[in-house]
Ligand binder design. Structure first.
Ligand SMILES: NC(=O)C1=CN([C@@H]2O[C@H](COP(=O)(O)OP(=O)(O)OC[C@H]3O[C@@H](n4cnc5c(N)ncnc54)[C@H](OP(=O)(O)O)[C@@H]3O)[C@@H](O)[C@H]2O)C=CC1
Ligand SMILES: CC(=O)[C@@H](O)[C@H](O)COP(=O)(O)O
Ligand SMILES: [Mn+2]
Length: 401
């Protein structure tokens, strides 16, 4: 029996993880569930999975959830705050940690799990983007391992040789597939008018709001290029991005002998989640079977740099000092949030990201403290840019649309 902590249990990945675990009660027990503010959903999850611990963002919300659980005779103890996230990630009882918090807010608990030698099931790509070297060092020190949950990286892992020492010798490059998101065919000059609802309407995947907007700008793929660089030790020029609108080929590896090895499946996160939970064995995930005759065709095309200028920022950041990726991530988190709150236009996301990356002062920012400072500083700068770009900052009160 393996014991699991799920960080971000109320989100899209968290919910899918619980759906997979529910299929295998004889193999897994839930130790802790953590959310930020969705107390109602966490309450329902606690009643169903009866974890030892639940975590919420604020002490007040935690105390209210505790009372509701006691009234239902549920034994779960409710904790609060970022320290509690680290504690439930590193607790000695835990074997597996699903890191599915959104954004850099997930970094501290990912590091805590890594230092404690857990198997880290990493959905929170921002942890690697902000502090890739430090997370890999923590894993090496803790003696645990990391299984990527991001569908492309799960696909690459499944397509690489088991023997890591062969990766550089055998592999020519890796190809991350991208759906192109909801605006793949939309004229670039109309993108400034798109709404948050349109941007979140991903053609193939059902996901949280932040990653859905990232898919629409292709900043998701930019973050995934950086994620792949750290996970697989590939140089920027060994990482290629190819648009594949059906999201059936989840990514592929080109070998020196001309072979291409890929992983295919329905666009359903329960598959990479089940792979991570059961690795190296395989188990049922609940995802539907892939019927290629029904899919009919698989298309591929080059990403259009006019429509998706954000993709190039990943390659730029990887050629800069290490903190540049943290700057790009922080700028993007602030910009996406401002877009979702209709404070800036869709196309302003890229303006903010590109401006802040261009002015990044990140030389020597390789410690956790320096990266944290850089993150705070960049968020302040990004907020200032948001204020300038928002309708009131432009000198008018007009609605964005
Ligand atoms: N969704 C997907 O299919 C995929 C997601 N990923 C990655 O997985 C991560 C999660 O994505 P997704 O599930 O879509 O996101 P969601 O927005 O659906 O869920 C986010 C989860 O994180 C919690 N959370 C948010 N902020 C904090 C915080 N400050 N402290 C603690 N918990 C917090 C939320 O709690 P609450 O509900 O209370 O707000 C929620 O449980 C992201 O890094 C994303 O890039 C990667 C590949 C695919
Ligand atoms: C499911 C998953 O891994 C997402 O990151 C997905 O890849 C998003 O789709 P895009 O290819 O549109 O970014
Ligand atoms: Mn992905």
């Amino acid at each position: 029996m393996k014991t699991v902590t799920i960080l971000g249990s109320t989100g899209s990945i968290g919910t899918n993880t619980l759906a997979v675990l529910a299929l295998h009660p004889e193999q897994f027990r839930v130790f802790a569930l953590a959310a930020h503010s969705n107390a109602d959903k966490l309450f329902a999850q606690c009643l169903e999975f009866r974890p030892n611990y639940a975590v919420l963002g604020s002490a007040q919300a935690a105390s209210s959830l505790q009372q509701r659980l006691r009234a239902e005779h549920c034994p779960t103890e409710v904790l609060s705050g970022p320290r509690a996230l680290d504690d439930v990630a590193a607790a000695p009882e835990v074997d597996l940690v699903m890191a599915a918090i959104v954004g850099a807010a997930g970094l501290s608990a990912s590091l805590a799990a890594a230092r404690a030698g857990k198997r880290l099931l990493l959905a929170n790509k921002e942890s690697l983007v902000v502090a890739g070297d430090l997370l890999l060092q923590a894993l090496a020190q803790g003696g645990g391992d990391l299984i990527p949950i991001d569908s492309e990286h799960s696909a690459i892992q499944q397509s690489l040789p088991d023997d890591r020492s062969r990766w550089q010798a055998d592999v020519r490059n890796i190809v991350l597939t991208a759906s192109g998101g909801p605006f793949r065919q939309r004229a670039a000059h109309t993108l400034q008018a798109v709404t948050p609802t349109e941007a979140c309407a991903h053609p193939n995947w059902s996901m949280g709001a932040k990653i859905s907007v990232d898919s629409a700008t292709m900043m998701n793929k930019a973050l995934e290029v950086i994620e792949a660089h750290y996970l697989f030790g590939m140089r920027p020029e060994q990482i290629e991005v190819l648009i594949h609108p059906q999201s059936i080929v989840h990514s592929m590896v080109n070998y020196h002998d001309g072979s291409v090895i890929a992983q295919l499946g329905q666009p359903d996160m329960r598959t990479p989640i089940a792979y991570g939970l059961s690795y190296p064995a395989r188990m049922a995930s609940g995802a539907p079977w892939l019927d290629l005759a029904r899919v009919g065709r698989l298309d591929f095309e080059q990403p259009d740099p006019q429509r998706f200028p954000g993709l190039a920022l990943a390659f730029e950041a990887l050629r800069m000092p290490v903190g540049a990726c943290a700057v790009l991530n922080a700028a993007n988190e602030v910009a996406v949030d401002a877009f979702l709150h209709q404070r800036i236009r869709f196309t302003d996301i890229h303006r903010i990201n590109a401006d802040l990356l261009a002015s990044a002062q990140c030389a020597g920012c390789d410690s956790l403290e320096a990266l944290a400072e850089l993150d705070v500083h960049t968020r302040l700068q990004a907020q200032q840019r948001v204020a300038q770009l928002s309708p009131s900052g432009r000198g008018g009160a007009a609605q964005l649309a």
